[in-house]
Design a protein around this ligand. Sequence first.
Ligand code: SF4
Length: 362
Amino acid sequence: MAIRHDWTKEEILEIYNKPFMELLYEAATVHRENHDPNTVQVSTLLSIKTGGCPEDCGYCPQAARYHTNLEGNDLMSVNQVKAQALRAKEAGSSRVCMGAAWRNVKDGQEFDEVLEMVRTINKLEMEVCCTLGMLTENQAQRLAEAGLYAYNHNLDSSEEYYKEVISTRGFEDRLKTIDNVRKTNVTVCSGGIIGMGETIEDRAGMLVALSRLNPQPESVPINALVPVEGTPLADQEQVSIWEMVRMVATTRIVMPETQVRLSAGRTQMSREGQAMCFFAGANSIFAGDKLLTTPNPDVNEDMEMFRALGLNPQKPFVKKSQPETVAAEDSKFQNLGEKPKWSRPGHVIERNLEAQKARAKS
Ligand code: SF4
């Protein structure tokens, strides 16, 4: 099936709104044509630096401006990360995704330590992914040299609705970072969140933006919002399983070769609901009892579900060979100490301001 980069919002809406059984059948068919339906890739997400983030993402308990009782921590050590990666490997994960609550990567000691973490995990023969915020091309090249397999940078929502959730950086910055990653041999992981108050048109708009990337992202996480007290989106209603399955199925049809990842919100889903998502084309999950800061099903529960469904965890480097790691001293890319000018739109988002004021009062 040819990959299309010219999907329109109307076409995607038509798919999303199909009678449920037809949608499920079509998505499952596309899935079988492009993937082994009994294999699911398992990633472990590790928060290497938690909380204290200067951004105002309305869904995020790590934003310093909201009062969420989150316990933050400074950057983990390379040894701590290695120990966690080994545990994840033993539990069946083929990928470790390291997340740091930063606006953007800054050259310096902390980034050098992250590069060392990437080298260390790559040597464990696991796929390494990072999500560190906005990134310059030189920084992307340094990560690639260290052996990074994937970089995650979500579009979050449609370009229009993005402005209702985040005011401290623009949608175009997100695209720029993805573009910088694309200039390297690192694969792209980019998706979004449903249940933030967006319309179905916004969900379709996000899929238009993702599917138009050329190449399309190798991995697209679909998150269901986990409302956290203290954040501006704390009172959002949980998305139904039907919406989640529709979103997964539509993503599968629009981006046939991509790995569609069930991400945040799995704790609210029954096993039967998750099975429907796998049937509709989801073929990747995050394992471990925490997703950065929000709860996630226990690894044993996941493996039990895999057994019940006859699913097998995907081995590492099936889709792309293991990147070579260049030692720090042999690096061709230097610490440039760049000070890139990422945008700061600064428009007013009432609910974000209210959450910030509530914190000031407490
Ligand atoms: S989503 Fe990332 S950038 Fe936004 S507030 Fe949370 S940690 Fe910061």
